[in-house]
Design a protein around this ligand. Structure first.
Ligand code: MG
Length: 391
């Protein structure tokens, strides 16, 4: 069931940001990927988001396909064509979700590539107590209203003023009804969806956001965003783990339960593959190891599913403003056979990490019956991870 869906609005034709090209800003290059791909990835990695739909200008379909291919596809619905205004584009996105009938909806501008997972979560939690909520930043600058000749007409008291950002969150039936009514009202044009909620009489809560969730409008905005992305540095880490066999009838490997003549012994579910991957990511961050964050002495982790550990490592990357470029894993064992499960393992790890399956390597080898893995006493795993983190 789709509880929460996200609409990412990418239908604008604005080419102000992309100097000398006719590439609209939402598809401009930002760190080797389209601007849109950045927020797609953040929404896809957020556990509370079940489905994502992008509203596009049909003339940009090939640009969309490239950007969408740079992000995980697992929650992504087919794109929907937008209208002449932002408002009509959002309505097209809302209508396209009619069959899914999500209970909550997030609406986000593709031109804000730096939205954080924490902001998405905060907007969604605000919906527990309010009909609508939006990410916003208190105004810090002194505000002037200009007369037509660019002379100052007045200074506006900034106390209590906020800048509206996105995402903005709503309960689906209410915002759909409000948008439909607004579309029938020819005298008013709304520049964001919270305004439509206010107009419809819904209570709208402000959720304090970071100014880093900036909107790329001009060429200068794009250049500043590119500079901040290129300040990211690549990091690599490695992980290694071993678990011994004990009496049992299945093993957990890369999040899959695989029938086997033995089980793997360990405090948690002994998923040797996910443990090595977790340590590889923690290693790249210089942030200890799995045993430090999840001590075997703590009964809380008895029998724990190891995706918890890997998810925690991924969240540590996100919290630093970084992202996972790829991970690579080699399992060393005589049995069970890994080949038949390789694709499912790749998919499972990709979902846990919120990255595309093409960024997950799963390999296996025997050790030619040499050593402890050759004697079928246990399974070893080695992994590497490459990250980009702010320098
Ligand atoms: Mg282990």
């Amino acid at each position: 069931m789709v509880k929460t869906a996200a609409i990412i609005v990418a239908a604008g034709s604005g080419t102000r940001a992309a100097q000398g090209t006719d590439v609209p800003k939402q598809y401009s290059n930002l760190g080797g990927q389209g601007v849109l791909a950045h927020s797609l990835r953040t929404f896809a990695a957020q556990d509370m988001v079940d489905a994502i739909i992008v509203v596009v200008n049909p003339e940009h379909r090939s640009l969309y396909d490239v950007a969408a291919g740079q992000a995980p596809s697992v929650k992504l619905l087919p794109p929907v064509s937008g209208g002449a205004s932002r408002q009509s584009s959002v309505l097209a996105g809302l209508e396209a979700l009619g069959e899914l009938r999500p209970s909550r909806i997030l609406i986000h501008d593709a031109a804000r590539p730096f939205v954080s997972s924490a902001t998405i979560a905060a907007v969604l939690s605000a919906l527990d107590g309010h009909a609508a909520a939006l990410a916003a930043v208190p105004v810090a600058d002194t505000l002037k209203r200009a007369a037509p000749d660019n002379l100052v007409a007045e200074t506006i008291e900034r106390t209590g003023l906020w800048r509206a950002q996105t995402p903005q969150g709503f309960r689906y039936p209410e915002i759909l009804a409000a948008h439909r009514r607004a579309a029938a009202n020819i005298t008013t044009t709304f520049t964001d969806d919270a305004s439509i909620a206010e107009w419809a009489g819904l209570t709208v809560a402000l959720v304090p956001d970071s100014a880093a969730n900036t909107k790329i409008t001009t060429a200068e905005d794009l250049a500043m965003a590119q500079a901040s992305v290129s300040a990211m540095e690549p990091r690599t880490g490695t992980g290694f783990d071993v678990h011994r066999f004990a009496a049992g009838d299945h093993v957990w490997l890369c999040g899959l339960k695989i029938p086997h003549t033995h089980r793997l012994e360990g405090h948690s579910d002994a998923d040797v593959g996910l443990h090595a991957l977790t340590d590889a990511i923690l290693g790249a961050l210089g942030d200890g190891d799995i045993g430090e964050h999840f001590p075997p002495s703590d009964p809380k982790w008895m029998g724990a599913a190891s995706h918890i550990f890997l998810r925690d490592a991924r969240d540590r990357v996100t919290a630093r403003g970084g992202r996972i470029i790829n991970v690579d894993l080699t399992l060393l064992c005589e049995a069970p056979k890994i080949g038949p499960h390789r694709r499912a393992m790749q998919q499972t790890v990709a979902v846990i990490l919120g990255i595309d399956a093409s960024r997950v390597g799963i390999k296996a080898t025997t050790t030619e019956q040499l050593g402890f893995t050759g004697r079928r006493e246990g399974i070893a795993a080695m992994a590497s991870a490459t990250l980009l983190v702010p320098g």
